[in-house]
Write a protein that binds this ligand. Structure first.
Ligand SMILES: [Zn+2]
Length: 382
């Protein structure tokens, strides 16, 4: 008689505390993955059934994180960074590129980045055919680049990875000098015809106020850079969340963090949270100019929301279940339910005194920090 046990699972993540808001689970559970999918979630799984074991004792186990706003068109867009080195390695197994590529560049983005990366990459197509190529020439400097038929072609060709249409409205040399709000209306038209979401970057826009931009957004659309401290913010002159902002949330507009280089202000965010205006999704807007700080990675942005008083459960939900819902993939992403993608992160929740800066360089100190110690994508440890 042999006492050898056949391995049933490729990987076991054992001994940790599972926090999976989609399943409303927060407790001691082991997770096992087979053939790239979650095969068991049980109070105790026999390690002898697992070919590879991750010991998560004393740590938090969460579904692979979803970063709903990054820029990973490395080598082409001036913002682009390497997804595997900056997202996957830091816990974001799924990311959404927010308009780095437009119709002229999306084929290359797909072939050389999306298909060449281990990180799962989805994207919004920029309404500008060139996308975000140059630090010197704005993508909407010439309104002819805001091309609805071309955007529609790109969406149709890449529908399996495209979530929506992205438009930036800032009035400067980085985006547009004189386009006004026309790109917003053209992007709206493209999104409506294709039946996809519209994602808008609103700060310092060609608009009388944010109200004028929100007027155009409906259920499933996304306003990003929610807590920026520039013109066209979510607060009125008295520091109250604008009525138009609450009305937009009520009709299903998602409010994304998109921390970025210049789009996250402690005071704006704190005031909004005090008035019960949390984000729909916590995202980093990670790109070349904020990777070295103040953003660093998604987990640092998450740690900032712990500092601001959101619960650990809410913070994890806003990078797992909630973005999975927003991108229409809650059946297999953002959760460790049976049959879901075998993407997980082991997080160390560290206590201490940690320094965090917002986009203005203002430093606050937090007492907790999230640090990814193991990242699993489709059952493979990275
Ligand atoms: Zn961005």
């Amino acid at each position: 008689m042999s006492d050898r046990i056949e391995c049933s699972y490729d990987l076991g993540i054992l001994g940790g505390t599972l926090l999976d808001p989609a399943q409303q689970v927060h407790g001691q559970y082991d997770v096992a993955i087979a053939s790239g999918r979650v095969a068991a979630v049980e109070p105790a799984i026999d390690p002898r059934l697992c070919k590879v074991v991750i010991d998560a004792t004393g740590r938090l186990v969460v579904p692979g994180l979803i970063d709903a706003h990054v820029h990973v068109f490395e080598g082409v867009s001036h913002y682009g960074i390497n997804a595997d080195a900056t997202c996957l390695a830091r816990g974001a197994t799924t990311v959404v590129d927010a308009g780095s590529a437009g119709a002229d560049t999306f084929d290359g983005f797909r072939r050389y980045v999306i298909e060449a990366s281990t990180t799962r990459i989805l994207a919004h197509v920029n309404i500008s055919t060139m996308g975000m190529l140059s630090r010197k020439i704005g993508e909407l400097e010439d309104i002819r680049w805001a091309d609805v038929p071309r955007a529609l072609e790109a969406i149709e060709k890449h529908r399996d990875v495209v979530l929506g249409v992205k438009v930036r409205l800032t009035k400067n040399e980085l985006v547009s000098r004189d386009a006004g709000l026309r790109p917003l209306y053209l992007a709206r038209q493209a999104a409506d015809i294709a039946g996809v979401a519209l994602m808008v970057h609103p700060q310092r826009a060609w608009a009388t106020s944010l109200d004028q931009i929100l007027d155009v957004l409906g259920d499933g659309d996304i306003l990003t850079h929610t807590y920026h401290g520039l013109e066209h913010g979510i607060l009125d002159d008295a520091g109250r969340v604008r009525a138009s902002v609450r009305a937009a949330r009520d009709r299903g507009v998602a409010f994304d963090v998109g921390h970025g280089e210049g789009s996250f202000d402690w005071n704006v965010c704190e005031r909004a949270l005090q008035q019960d205006f949390p984000p729909t999704t916590i995202s980093s807007d990670l790109h070349k100019y904020n990777l070295g700080g103040p953003v660093h990675d998604l987990v640092t942005t998450m740690s900032k929301f712990l500092l601001l008083g959101l619960s650990l459960e809410n913070v994890i939900r806003m990078v797992t279940a909630d973005p999975a819902n927003l991108i229409g993939r809650s059946d297999h992403l953002g959760t460790l339910k049976l049959g879901a993608a075998g993407d997980a992160v082991v997080l160390d929740v560290q206590d201490g005194r940690f320094e965090f800066a917002d986009s203005g360089g203002i430093v606050r100190y937090g007492t907790q920090r999230l640090v990814p110690t193991r990242v699993v994508k489709a059952g493979v440890v990275h």
